[in-house]
Design a binder for this molecule. Structure first.
Ligand code: PLP
Length: 398
């Protein structure tokens, strides 16, 4: 039985009537740029996230770019981030003429390592003075260790822009005024950036993105930059761009948002089933390392369900990654590598003098990780097939 990495048909089938009605309403309204549908989604996403404001933009990439522009990042500045992410995380830094300062990842979560972050900031005070932002990425749908990252960033007075492109709704425990609270990805830094790329847990029918923030001044700057820096219209005190969210996408996303928690739950259930199936076939950590949900236990203590991981991706790790990938693809199992080349090894960065940079954990992860199908509508039988094929691969090699 073939198992695709992602199949959106069933989700679409469930919501097709509502989505078409929402799209038709936008078309009939003749309001095609910004307007009430975008504003509605901004309110809904901000409220879902626990932030005060949402600023709809054209993509997750634009969310990051506008956030950095709103902080005034430019030539000569540094932005500290992880080398193990999608290119947009660093592309937005480079496009502004700034340079990334890479801090390696924690090999368990694949998120930026807070201890290395602290070391990097303490290492060279002149360099640290040039760091205008820190971008932690909540990779695969699990929050970076924000309980440690935020106090470090605050101590140095450096704003944090969360790349929450893969993690809308994911929560992690923080201590606020001596009390443990769960905070959603994107609500802890000065800004959080979401992507509504179709493969995300909340995906549009094309590109879309949003910045969430509770900082009013930041929000005002971002809103101005989103429309060419015009405030009032046709008066340009700063250079912005056309970063607007399409109301057709906003309309579709508003239909989907009420279902998001259910989809997160289904993905978590699928992850649990993978763990049981892998242990049934006797594939231990030596052959395949399964993802570790580091906030799962803390979430189990809560009376209410917590989105401790939203599993935008379910990523396993194995020394035989490339052979396993080819084997599974040949067997009709959809798998993908996120990401095969860490950012500091990308040619455009090597050309900028990053050839000497070493981030060994990111390099190892890039050589060993493989994403399996995890979308909500995946059936138990499909998951059994995926694990059976992986078991067959290892049986063959014995
Ligand atoms: C971690 C990360 N950052 C940024 C982005 C950029 O988002 P978009 O594709 O919506 O521009 C993505 C999307 O793939 C992502 O996964």
């Amino acid at each position: 039985m073939p198992v695709p990495l992602l199949d959106l048909h069933e989700q679409l089938q469930h919501l097709r009537r509502e989505i078409l009605a929402a799209v038709t309403e936008v078309i009939d309204s003749t309001c095609y740029i910004m307007g009430p549908r975008v504003e509605q989604l901004e309110r809904e996403v901000a409220s879902y996230n626990g932030a005060a404001q949402g600023i709809g933009v054209a993509s997750g990439t634009d969310a990051l770019l506008v956030a950095l522009m709103s902080l005034g990042v430019g030539p000569g500045d540094l932005v500290l981030t992880t080398p193990y992410s999608f290119f947009a995380t660093v592309g937005c830094v480079l496009r502004l003429g700034a340079r990334p300062l890479f801090v390696d990842i924690d090999p368990i979560t694949y998120n930026i390592d807070p201890a290395l972050l602290e070391e990097a900031l303490a290492e060279d005070s002149a360099r640290t003075a040039r760091i205008k932002a820190i971008i932690p990425v909540h990779l695969y749908g699990q929050c970076a260790d924000m309980a440690r990252i935020m106090p470090i960033a605050d101590r140095y007075g450096i704003p944090v822009v969360e790349d929450a492109a893969q993690a809308i709704g994911a929560a992690c425990p923080m201590v606020v005024n001596g009390r443990k609270v769960w905070r959603r990805a994107g609500s802890m830094g000065v800004a959080g950036c979401y992507s509504f790329f179709p493969s995300k847990n909340l995906g549009g029918v094309g590109d879309g993105g949003m910045i969430v923030t509770s900082d009013e001044d930041f929000a005002e700057r971002a809103r101005i930059i989103r429309v060419h820096g015009g405030a009032p219209k046709y008066h340009h005190g700063v250079v912005g761009g056309n970063f607007r969210l399409d109301p057709l996408q906003a309309a579709v996303l508003s239909v989907k948002l009420p279902h998001l928690d259910k989809w997160h739950r289904q993905r978590r259930d699928n992850a649990e089933l993978y763990h049981r199936l892998f242990s049934t076939v006797g594939l231990g950590d030596r052959q395949v390392r399964l993802p570790v949900a580091v906030y799962r236990e803390a979430a189990a203590d809560e009376a209410q369900e917590v989105d401790y991981h939203i599993y935008n991706q379910f990523v396993i790790r194995t020394a035989e990654r490339d052979r396993l990938k080819d084997y599974l693809l040949a067997a009709g199992i959809g798998v993908e590598i996120y990401y095969p080349i860490p950012l500091h090894r990308q040619k455009c960065l090597l050309d900028l003098g990053y050839a000497e940079i070493r981030c060994p954990e990111s390099e190892k992860a890039a050589a060993e990780t493989l994403a399996l199908p995890i979308y909500p509508e995946l059936t138990d039988a499909m998951q059994e097939e995926v694990v059976a094929r992986i078991a067959a691969f290892y049986a063959q090699g014995r």
